[in-house]
Design a protein around this ligand. Structure first.
Ligand code: ADQ
Length: 482
């Protein structure tokens, strides 16, 4: 597994969906996790750190201050993040960002390549590392290399505004498999490859672009429901008169927090009978604070929550409980369970794991209600949530009312369907399906002959059983070689 940031196992809590997803998947496979250790050190010859904690092994390295500034804050989070979330207005196309972005990918490749063994499949995560497969191939790495994009793929028209969009398309074409979260993302990505480098959809379903063929597939990321199912907490035990509406997001302009706060203020105005009976508890820990757009959103939310609390609050009731720090992970489950409603309304989101965690934490006999943005990837799976348009204040207000007033039989019926999706499409299924598809895609690139001992061995090690057609010696090739 490779991602920009490798989680620190010893840290009490680290917010962020990518780390959570990789951490879960890694425990099931005999691999290691490579990436940045979060340290900034001014050396061009960084020392590699190796650590092991139970089933998790990591190999990490520091970044330099220039890497951190131009690669991480700059190209990754001030160009790719906003554009892929269709926020071209927030993109900062500064000269110099891109060359450092490529340089860091080269550095990752140079340090990772010597660690790759012949049977390894390499799974690279997220937008910081688009060029890594190209760079690894330059080091002679022939193993299957897959990429998974955790964020959404904005419309092709937005993506081709990136000055280096052809280079990004070429970098993507070097992978055997590119996985995204939703069908919408698959469509947008194919569209992008067509518009930027004349990519073609082949009758086989593969994509031909930049003299290569790759698979693109939808692999919705999941959680481990067992981490959330075992709560004994009883909802609102201390204050049965007040229902908690929980919001858990990173403090990010894509998460639709100002829209949510405004809708909450409007709700209190339109439905005064709900005043004093509900509290919105919004956790929003800061991330990427040195990026300007993030400082702006922080100030905006502080002003909004202050204004709403000032207008509607009472001596013994504060409507918005806005907490600007992460919640320890071990407390999440009980907080989800004791909350009457979970309100997650991003303007655009790759998946949104919070929505799935909330569903998994509920008491099936008396579950809370999930209100989910139509524009979260999770909405493609969680049809039985109350789906709302975060841009439409009336829809947000009506959605909240519907959730708060929903009778128990409807809550139980909706939750049953939601929980079944969350359990079926869990982190285990995500990792297994992806790795199986990656090994097959790698095999297709190598050729159509019988799978080499190397690939068969890799599949065995990853727990992927090639299906055999009865009586056919060619059965493995048929399934693996395609
Ligand atoms: P994120 O944008 O970080 O992830 P999300 O999917 O909601 O968004 O995951 C957040 C994770 O961090 C959850 O596990 C949540 O519990 C935790 N978290 C968030 N805020 C927290 C807080 N205040 N305190 C404690 N924990 C907190 C990216 C993409 C998403 C995609 C994921 C996984 O942006 O769209 O779903 O990767 O692919």
């Amino acid at each position: 597994m490779v991602s920009n940031r490798v989680i620190d196992f010893s840290a009490a809590s680290q917010a962020g969906g990518v780390s959570v997803a990789i951490y879960d998947a890694l425990a099931r496979h005999n691999g290691f996790w490579f990436g940045w250790n979060g340290q900034v050190e001014d050396t061009e010859t960084p020392e590699m750190m190796v650590s092991r904690d139970g089933e998790h092994a990591t190999v990490t390295m520091p970044l330099t201050a220039a890497d951190y500034n131009d690669f991480y804050l700059g190209y990754s989070n001030s160009v790719l993040w906003p554009v892929f979330h269709n926020r071209l207005d927030l993109a900062q196309f500064e000269a110099g960002y891109y060359s450092r972005y490529v340089a860091v990918n080269k550095k990752f490749a140079a340090h990772l390549a010597p660690l790759i063994e012949p049977n390894d499949a390499i799974w690279i995560h997220d937008y910081h590392l688009f060029p890594l497969a190209l760079e690894l191939r330059k080091h002679g790495i022939e193993n299957p290399i897959g990429f998974f994009l955790h964020i959404p793929v904005g419309p092709a028209q937005a993506l081709i505004a990136i000055p280096e969009h052809r280079e990004i398309a070429r970098a993507l074409s070097a992978y055997d498999l590119v996985g995204v979260q939703t069908h919408r993302d698959v469509r947008n990505l194919i569209d992008f490859l067509q518009q930027s480098v004349f990519g073609r959809l082949l009758p086989s379903g593969r994509i031909r672009a930049c003299d290569a063929e790759l698979d693109i597939g939808c692999f919705p990321v999941g959680i481990d429901p067992n981490d959330f199912s075992d709560s004994r907490v009883v909802r609102d035990s201390e204050s049965p008169e007040t229902s908690r509406i929980i919001g858990i997001d990173r403090l990010d302009y894509t998460k639709g927090l100002p829209q949510k706060f405004r809708a909450f203020g409007k709700f209190l105005e339109v439905f005064p009978e709900h005043r004093r009976r509900i509290v919105l508890s919004q956790f929003a820990p800061p991330t990427r604070e040195s990026v300007e757009a993030y400082a702006d959103i922080r100030a905006e939310l502080e002003a909004l929550s202050g204004a709403i609390n000032g207008r509607y609050g009472e001596l013994d009731w504060v409507p918005i409980n806005y907490i600007h720090r992460p919640m320890p992970r071990h407390e999440l489950r009980d907080v989800y369970r004791s909350s009457r409603v979970c309100w997650v309304t991003p303007l655009m989101d790759g998946m949104n794991l919070v929505s799935k965690e909330y569903v998994a934490s509920q008491d099936p006999a008396d579950p809370g209600v999930l209100i989910l943005s139509k524009f979260a990837g999770a909405a493609e799976q969680l049809h039985d949530a109350v789906l709302v348009n975060p841009y439409d204040p009336n829809d947000m207000v009506q959605g909240l009312r519907q959730a708060l007033e929903m009778p128990v039989d409807e809550r139980v019926a909706r939750h049953e369907k939601l929980a079944s999706v969350v359990c079926k499409s869990d982190s285990k299924a995500w990792g297994k399906t992806y790795i199986s598809a990656l090994v097959k895609a790698g095999r297709r690139r190598i050729g159509k002959e019988q799978p080499s001992a190397r690939v068969t061995e890799a599949m065995k090690r990853l727990g992927v059983e090639p299906k055999k057609k009865a009586g056919s010696k060619k059965s493995v090739a048929a399934h693996v070689g395609g």
